[in-house]
Design a protein around this ligand. Structure first.
Ligand code: SF4
Length: 358
């Protein structure tokens, strides 16, 4: 007998956690271990049909094909940067589109994943925020960004891996935390090939009430889009600060590092000329972060049509970094990646990859 599952999106196997899949399989007369086999085929080998899962019998393959579909979005467009970065425009089943970015580096291959179609946070410096919010992504639409990039790059049979995942694409992941947490869990599940929790980073604008509720469940690294040393400046560039104030962010960060003892928090700080880049601002940041197990990642602004900000000059960036370093704070300056294809920080969302550690 075939029992329909009761997930939001019926029958999308990539919408299931392993536990949820086990439950549905047991209801349909399968043994529990079948979920392990299916997960390996889906996440280690990237299969898109149950008929390609060779250790599953013909009858079971037929039943599984009736029960589930295996999702992939459609690649509408790819843009290749001179630095190797690739930006994917993906079309979802309802014709909405999202962007995903692949950023290769000498030591790692990172994928920057979106969690929503658009974003409602409205950070003034962000192109995605300007476009507004459409909807949350389902779990399958999140994990399939990872899977389809592996398809595209032919990585299933290769020694090369997608080693790092950052939730810094379109959207605020904590406004879609259930799907994002399930996606993270699924991408880590395969013990042999799964991505370690230290290689996955969730970046948030600081949705403190949600963050405080999920600290124990959040198995990955945390990055906070801070961008200011105090409420006065932050409020001007990030309207979300009217609700989630800096002191609440610092307090929840302390709770996170207490629980995840060895996980440093990354504080992202986008330097905007004349707004948040003075020596006083750097000193304020030092004071704010005292006592937190964290590091600061300085971002250089990438302009987009119609934006009201300018990037801080190189000299100012280095001086800002030096103030932090002098006070013992680990600081890096993020390299600009994919700027020529509008895949860099603030153009799609946030960029990746360290350039300098001073
Ligand atoms: Fe949303 Fe992130 Fe852009 Fe802010 S920076 S508007 S949270 S996508």
């Amino acid at each position: 007998m075939i029992v329909k599952n009761n997930l939001d999106v019926q029958s999308g196997v990539l919408n299931c956690s392993k536990l949820e899949l086990q439950k549905i399989l047991i209801e349909n007369g399968f043994p529990k271990f079948k979920a392990d086999q299916i997960f390996i085929w889906l996440y280690r080998f990237g299969k898109t049909s149950f008929f390609d899962m060779s250790n599953i019998g013909k009858n079971d393959q037929n039943t599984l094909e009736k029960l589930f579909y295996i999702y992939r979005p459609r690649i509408v467009d790819t843009k290749h940067s001179a630095d190797g970065t690739i930006k994917f425009l993906l079309e979802l089943s309802d014709q909405n589109t999202i962007e995903t970015v692949f950023i290769p580096d000498t030591k790692r291959n990172t994928i920057c994943i979106s969690s929503q179609v658009g974003c409602c946070v409205g950070c003034k410096f962000c192109n995605t925020g300007k476009a507004g919010f459409v909807r949350n992504l389902y779990t399958e639409e999140i994990v399939s960004q990872f899977l389809i990039v592996k398809d595209y790059l032919n990585l299933w049979q290769s020694d090369e891996r997608l080693s790092n995942i950052v939730f810094m694409g379109m959207g605020e992941p904590l406004f879609n935390h259930q799907n994002v947490l399930r996606a993270i869990e699924n991408l880590m599940t395969d013990e042999k090939e799964g991505i370690s929790r230290r290689k996955i980073t969730l970046s948030t604008s600081g949705v403190t009430d949600v963050l405080s509720q999920i600290i124990e469940k959040l198995q990955c690294r945390l990055a906070i889009s801070l961008h200011a040393p105090n409420n006065e400046i932050r409020r001007k560039i990030m309207p979300i600060n009217n609700v989630h104030k800096i002191e609440d962010i610092i307090s929840v960060c302390k709770a996170y590092t207490k629980y995840h003892e060895y996980m440093k928090i990354t504080f992202e700080y986008l330097l905007l000329s004349g707004i948040n880049d003075s020596k006083k601002d750097a000193e304020g940041l030092v004071e704010l972060l005292s006592g937190i197990n964290g590091k600061v990642n300085l971002l250089q602004f990438n302009a987009w049509d119609g934006c009201d900000f300018e990037a801080s000059p190189e000299k100012t960036v280095l001086q800002f970094a030096q103030v932090l370093k002098n006070k013992g704070i680990t600081v890096s300056i993020r390299a600009k990646r994919g700027e020529d294809i509008m895949a860099a920080c603030g153009q799609l969302s946030s960029g990746i990859a360290q350039r300098t550690v001073i």
